[in-house]
Design a protein around this ligand. Structure first.
Ligand code: TXA
Ligand code: MG
Length: 346
């Protein structure tokens, strides 16, 4: 465990970063912060190391990983082609919370790509992540640093809760800023296709490329998603979660109060995922966790996974969650909430 709380130039020469990078070169696993969530990193070029990542997380082996790079020149050995769309998106959003799915170079990163002929790559916008990747000189395969099925980690503490004893170390850079994962976009067709909504919004992508599509598999039940990871129930708290949708915030709050009251009458310990604005409306009989401000969806994204983890700590049986508008980063928030609730709306 290394705490690195000062982000300054030359971070790659810090002893903590050098030691972590050396361990990565020795094919050990290191967790590190990015601007989205903490990643569980390993040498993306060595199949045996990537295999260790799958084992540490308990991740299904058909779900490919993202390779993290610090310099554009690292793309050369990984991709067979840089489509013009990718060029425009990298220019606009790298470093940043955008993962681009490229046509893969033959023969490299077989395990990280789970045998697909495409490879997902991103350049994170976090000084510690960039320093670690640079110091290691490797493309770093890194899924979110949680046990498979648990909410993604936004602090080093979350990482240790899930993975202590399973990894060689964690670089602690404090809380991550964005709080939900990167947007995954496929650029192998004519129009960019969002496979997973995330930190970069569809609206922002459309500003660069004119057009953007959403993978129908994200939106519709029964259509197989193009991103293998999207088919799993994810981000799930232990309590049974339901999302409550109404025409106005007032009606939503009233409905949740009623549902919470009924569930409690049946002997259940009830949690409510609320916001700073609504928190006080629910009284003191339930575990009410405010997840940012409704008037600032960016703050909701930032606190979302920590809120889900807190319900687990409180041991609630049932969680009723407020819902949010699906524009901007709201698309990513609602996608994660829907997964946490197994798609169950009330
Ligand atoms: O913000 C993030 O993206 C974090 C940080 C650590 O960078 N990482 C992350 O990784 O969320 P992970 O493994 O939890 O999610 C990767 C997603 C999965 O949904 C996976 O199926 C998809 O990217 N993916 C990876 N390679 C792909 C490919 N070649 N084609 C389609 N989807 C792919
Ligand atoms: Mg994940």
């Amino acid at each position: 465990y290394w705490n690195v709380d000062k982000f300054v130039d030359g971070l790659e020469n810090y002893p903590q970063v050098r030691e972590a990078a050396l361990l990565l070169r020795q094919n050990e696993l290191i967790a590190f912060p990015t601007e989205t969530v903490y990643g569980l990193g390993g040498n993306g070029l060595v199949d045996k190391t990537v295999e260790k990542i799958y084992i540490a997380k308990g991740r299904p082996s058909d779900n490919p990983l993202i390779l993290h790079i610090a310099e554009r020149k690292q793309l050369g050995e990984l991709v067979s082609e840089i489509p013009p769309l990718a060029e425009a998106l990298m220019e606009a959003f790298w470093p940043g919370p955008l993962t681009i799915v490229f046509p893969k170079q033959l023969g490299v990163a077989m395990r990280a790509s789970a045998g697909l002929n495409t490879i997902a790559i991103r350049m994170p916008d976090h000084p510690l992540a960039l320093a670690l990747i640079r110091a290691s000189g490797l493309p770093i395969a890194a899924p979110s640093a949680n046990l498979s099925g648990r909410p993604s980690p936004t602090t080093a503490q979350h990482v240790l809760e899930d993975l202590d004893g399973r990894i060689a170390g964690v670089l602690d850079g404090g809380s991550t800023g964005i709080g939900v994962e990167s947007t995954v976009v496929d650029v192998t067709g004519d129009v960019p296709m969002i496979l997973r909504p995330g930190g970069v919004t569809a609206e922002q992508i459309a500003e660069i490329t004119g057009e953007v599509r959403m993978d129908p598999g994200i939106l519709e039940e029964g259509v197989a998603p193009k991103s293998p990871g999207m088919k799993y129930r994810h981000y799930a708290p232990a309590g049974d979660m339901r999302l409550v949708k109404e025409n106005s915030v007032e009606e939503m709050v009233r409905r949740i109060r009623k549902l919470a009251h009924e569930a409690q009458a049946q002997g259940k310990k009830v949690g409510i995922l609320a916001t700073a604005e609504s928190k006080l409306c629910y009284g003191e009989d339930y575990v009410v966790i405010a997840c940012g401000k409704r008037s600032d969806l960016i703050s909701v994204a930032r606190h979302l996974y920590d809120a889900l983890r807190r319900f687990d700590q409180e041991g609630v049986d049932m969680i009723f969650s407020e819902t949010f508008p699906e524009s901007g980063v709201g698309a990513a928030i609602m996608n994660r909430l829907a997964k946490a609730a197994g798609g169950r709306y009330l």
